[in-house]
Design a protein around this ligand. Structure first.
Ligand code: 5AD
Ligand code: SF4
Length: 470
């Protein structure tokens, strides 16, 4: 279907939903909704889109779970996220008994797994609407079906070729937001469920991305985060292919945009061209998230990552040569099937050498349907736990040392919000380092020079550097 036509159709459904909700309202007030999001930045962005639709329908956003409509946007990368959702649904059952008018909506990655949908159908029949990752743009239509039917609506698509443009969005911060550049993943890392639940890689047209960013900038956005499972392979499948580095150069030209971030980068696709563009750029932030997953070349092969320890460390060297003060962050999995103590030592070795500011560490989680799930030699739980603790201790020790390197300098901070402590505000440097400092509300959304007085581990305490240039 023509994309504009699809957006118009959904706008029509949105109007119909609004009329219906108004008709149904006994008190005259519109229903409240609460949206619970787990998982990555992509999910956050998709929740923003659903929030925008709900608000356009006249519903009122509510901060806690005692709302009329509860919406779950789910993640299934690791098993514990799934368990959390089932736990929530268990609680919802009682709430819904007390308030039968309550509606429960659940969508996202976890719903792309047939066994999950089967479980919801059988064990949680009180859930009103279930949909996946490919038909989120049909939210108003799905919502309308839910409101006009008596039973549970389940609508899951296996995959889609379509990227629908021009959908509404409602962002948390007026001055920064994420922007999708691509959807899906073709890499099939052997432990990962994402390619099965997000489908094949699809890039947005560069013009659509540029137009969206121009619109955001004219609406007050100064910082954007370009999002994709593997942004380094952006553009390869377009009718007129372009590289991610070329896209970045075009985004850089947008006047008024001050900071560009992106994630996630796959080491196998991080090109010299991209490193060069990062080195030249005035707007690309000096932060790179470069998932390592394992430091052992043997395990990396089993993981189907298509790089080895040496290639990874060589990349780190090249990036640091082009952008000497760059902050590197990473993801690491412990306990992949067959991982030996020697393999694990290789991971520790990379952590010692790569000088990460932060590393997100995960215990390997067996995902049904992935090749790793049926690999022999799954590592015993106590061994994994012991390795995880040792890795975490090293990551924290190194992280404290590395991220304190800016102590005593002045950095430009984009002020985000007031912290829990009144009068103390938080913001981020271009290195993505968190800074707490005394300020006032007017500073929110502005760049201010901050003297980084003390590094407290994962954040700095600072003070505004009056009269100094960042
Ligand atoms: N088990 C543990 N961690 C995983 N990740 C992806 N799949 C799994 C899994 N099965 C981690 C990877 C990825 C991050 C988003 O989640 O480190 O980079
Ligand atoms: Fe999963 Fe690998 Fe794709 Fe990342 S690149 S989403 S880890 S399959």
């Amino acid at each position: 279907m023509n994309q504009d036509k699809e957006t118009l159709l959904q706008l029509e459904y949105m109007e119909k939903c609004r009329d219906l909700l108004m008709e149904k309202s006994i008190t005259g007030s519109m229903p409240t909704f609460h949206i619970f999001t787990s998982g990555c930045q992509m999910n956050v962005l998709q929740s923003d889109s659903v929030t925008a639709w709900m608000e356009k329908m006249g519903c009122i956003r509510h901060d806690s779970e005692d709302a009329d409509i509860i919406i779950y946007n789910t993640c299934t990368v690791r098993e514990n996220a799934n368990q959390k959702i089932y736990g929530h649904l268990g609680l919802m059952k009682n709430l819904k008994k007390k308030n039968p008018n309550m509606r429960i909506v659940i969508f996202g990655c976890m719903m792309q797994e047939p066994h999950v949908v089967e479980k919801i159908r059988k064990e949680y029949p009180f859930v009103d609407l279930v949909f996946g990752t490919h038909n989120i743009y049909k939210f108003p239509e799905l919502f309308y079906r839910m409101e006009t039917s008596g039973g549970q609506i389940i609508d899951i698509w296996k995959d889609t070729d379509e990227i629908v443009e021009g959908l509404p969005s409602s962002r948390k911060y007026f001055f920064k937001t994420g922007v999708n550049v691509m959807f899906g993943c073709n890499n099939f890392c052997s432990y990962c469920i994402v390619p099965y639940v997000r489908g094949r890689e699809k890039s947005r047209e560069p013009e659509a991305i540029l137009e969206e960013i121009r619109g955001l900038v004219s609406d007050g956005v100064v910082e954007i985060m370009l999002l994709g499972q593997n942004v380094n392979s952006y553009g390869k499948t377009l009718a007129h292919p372009i590289t991610f580095a070329q896209l970045l150069e075009r985004i850089e030209e947008i006047e008024g945009l001050k900071r560009i971030r992106f994630m996630t980068s796959h080491p196998k696709d991080l090109s010299d061209e991209l490193i060069e563009v990062m080195g030249k750029s005035k707007k690309i932030c000096h932060h790179l998230h470069l998932p390592l997953q394992s430091g052992s070349s043997r395990i990396l092969k089993e993981m189907n990552r298509r790089y080895d320890k040496e290639k990874y460390l060589e990349l780190v060297r090249k990036i640091r040569a082009a952008v000497p003060d760059i902050s590197l962050t990473t993801d690491i999995i412990v306990g992949f099937p067959g991982e030996t103590e020697e393999d694990f030592q290789e991971t520790l070795d990379v952590v010692r050498k790569a000088d990460y500011d932060t590393a997100f560490t995960f215990i390997y989680s067996k995902r049904t349907g992935t090749p790793a799930a049926s690999m022999p030699d799954q590592v015993p739980e106590d061994v994994v736990k012991d390795r995880f603790d040792r890795l975490l201790a090293l990551v924290q020790e190194k992280g404290r040392e590395i991220s304190s390197r800016f102590t005593g300098t002045v950095k430009e901070v984009l002020v985000e919000e007031e912290s829990k402590e009144p009068g103390i505000f938080t913001g981020r440097t271009e290195h993505n380092l968190l800074v707490h400092f005394p300020a006032d509300k007017e500073m929110i959304g502005r760049f201010v020079p901050v003297y980084l007085k003390e590094c407290k581990g994962f954040y700095y305490f600072g003070e505004m550097a009056k009269g100094q240039e960042a």
